[in-house]
Design a protein. Structure first.
Length: 275
């Protein structure tokens, strides 16, 4: 028997997520750090270490500049904080679009160095074959169709998808190919509501909507968006908090106390021991 301490909390698995198709909606949020992962873990089925970390945490203009090493670093941090939720790490731009063997090697490194349960890739004309290659070799994969942030330079910006006939057909076919390749779930982002429902009905894998439809099998948002940490958020975000204002209030109170020499006070300083 192993001498290592076994986890007392059972982590959500890929088969359990896959089995939620048509059932209780899957709750997902992004996470990039240990303390946030600890908070989200009690409420979420799945935590995504998204390459959105490049924009949300590091101030990049898009996700294209995010590296594999950066994803591993944040994946490790989230795994230290999450004990119950399944953790999925995004494969960054350039790490999976080429040879399937290279994609597999990059995915294996992410799994080994973070301890996460799966990786996520954005769909494209050549990606379904790569998903199949990785799944057949033991790498659980989540797909991503519709608005693909890593394709921002091709699309010319972050634009809603699936409003026209040809584009709608292409996205539906990409979703089908992604699921048939073995993806255990598929993120559907920024598409017309009717298309999101059609995708959900057409594929066996559960769909995770973001700017899609309440008819998807689950939902995901960028945590920092839904907590109100930014002045601007996309149309599809519902703000469940206003942490930007609350942080500003707290920091302002701290600054006032420092300038008035009210901080630190007797409760926050050390005194010499008597005798």
């Amino acid at each position: 028997m192993s001498a290592q301490r076994q986890e007392t909390v059972k982590r959500v698995t890929t088969p359990e997520i896959a089995a939620r198709k048509g059932g209780t909606p899957i709750v997902c949020l992004t996470a990039y750090s240990t303390p946030v992962a600890e908070i989200l873990d009690d409420h979420c089925d799945l935590l995504l270490v998204g390459d959105s970390v490049g924009m949300v945490v590091h101030g990049l203009p898009n996700t294209v500049g995010v590296t594999r090493e950066r994803m591993i670093l944040h994946g490790q941090a989230v795994m230290r904080g999450a004990r119950k939720a399944m953790v999925v790490v995004d494969m960054p731009f350039g790490s999976y679009e080429g040879a399937a063997e290279t994609a597999y090697a990059n995915a294996v490194r992410i799994l080994k160095e973070t301890g996460c349960q799966a990786v996520k890739v954005e769909a494209g004309p050549t990606v379904a074959d790569t998903i199949a290659y990785m799944v057949q070799r033991g790498v659980p994969v989540m797909g991503h169709v519709g608005l693909r942030p890593q394709a921002v330079n091709v699309d010319g910006g972050f634009k809603a998808k699936g409003r026209g006939g040809d584009e709608r057909k292409r996205i539906l076919e990409e979703a089908k190919a992604t699921a048939e390749a073995g993806a255990f779930a598929v993120v559907v982002e920024g598409v017309a509501e009717g298309l999101a429902r059609e995708i959900t009905e057409a594929i066996a894998a559960p769909t995770i909507g973001i700017g899609a439809s309440a008819g998807c099998d689950g939902q995901i948002l960028v945590t920092d968006d839904m907590l109100g940490l930014f002045d601007w958020t996309p149309k599809f975000v519902r703000r469940y908090g206003d942490l930007r204002a609350e942080i500003g209030r707290a920091v302002g109170a701290y600054a006032d106390d420092v300038r008035a020499r009210r901080f630190p006070g007797p409760a926050e300083i050390y005194f010499a021991k008597a005798g």
